[in-house]
Design a protein around this ligand. Structure first.
Ligand SMILES: [Fe+2]
Length: 217
């Protein structure tokens, strides 16, 4: 189906008091999300309205190049925050369900090892940590991203999205490495593991569907 303009969604996390992450931080964060929606639509519109017979394609600088690159920053700003806000507002606790089951098989030290790994990834990333499901091999893994459009890999479906940009925590915890660590704990305390497992179920269904379609070729 053809692309349609995206719109900012409402999330249950904004209807409740989160543990440690303030309403002010969330409201300001939502304004950034709305900005990504606006700029995604703007970039996409320009990209379909360019006169490609005439426009310059230059790898050093060109309008086409600039809009194409910034489009991915805006669109992934939308997608990443859609998941981030979507799975906040939960009760936290231990990883559960199928998600925990896959982690147990993936990491030699199981869920306990992953809990350390994801926290260290949050200190090593400049922008995001994605826990993603690979549609090609069915594995689950932590991905460190320096911006919202850098270092993700193809066919990785984000299952859990941890925003570690300073705007996510500086106001509540301070823009320090320790502040970030406290924020990461707050993030997990507010995580809705059912939402995480729903994401995973969708990704696994997509992989299964692709396999079945392949088998029928
Ligand atoms: Fe953010």
């Amino acid at each position: 189906m053809p692309w349609d303009e995206i719109v900012a969604r409402k999330f249950p996390a904004f209807e409740k008091e989160l543990d440690g992450i303030s309403k002010t931080t969330m409201d300001n964060h939502y304004k950034l999300y709305e900005g990504y929606v606006k700029k995604t639509n703007e970039c996409r519109k320009r990209l379909v309205e360019f006169d490609y017979a005439e426009i310059e394609g230059n790898q050093v600088f060109s309008d086409l190049r600039a809009v194409s690159v910034d489009y991915t920053f805006a669109l992934l700003g939308f997608k990443n925050h859609d998941l981030y806000f979507g799975h906040l507002g939960g009760e936290g606790g231990e990883p559960s369900g199928r998600f925990a089951e896959l982690l147990e098989g993936e990491y030699p030290g199981g869920v306990e090892m992953w809990k350390h790994a994801v926290r260290k990834a949050a200190s090593a990333a400049r922008g995001w940590v994605m826990v993603g499901y690979d549609l090609n091999d069915g594995s689950i893994f932590n991905y460190v991203m320096d911006t919202q459009n850098l270092w993700a890999v193809y066919n990785m479906v984000p299952i859990l999205a941890l925003d570690v940009y300073e705007h996510a925590y500086a106001g509540d915890f301070g823009a320090t490495p320790d502040g970030r660590k406290q924020y990461v704990e707050a993030f997990f305390n507010n995580l809705d593991w059912d939402h995480v497992n729903r994401q995973l179920a969708q990704a696994e269904a997509a992989r299964k569907g692709a396999e079945e379609a392949g088998a029928n070729e």
